[in-house]
Design a protein around this ligand. Sequence first.
Ligand SMILES: [Zn+2]
Length: 61
Amino acid sequence: MVDPTSDIGEDVTEENAPECEQCSSKIIQSTSHRVVSEIEDGRAVHHHFCSDDCHDEWLAA
Ligand SMILES: [Zn+2]
């Protein structure tokens, strides 16, 4: 049986979509979406990237 209400996490819209840290594009239901978590000043910070390429460029910067 298929439950059509079980698609949790797929209701991302332009309004709440994160932006890629490298190229600033909105990340909406991207399968290549990458999230890197770091501790900065004692709190968790999440860096979003639209792809591995952007993540690599950000690391290299
Ligand atoms: Zn990007």
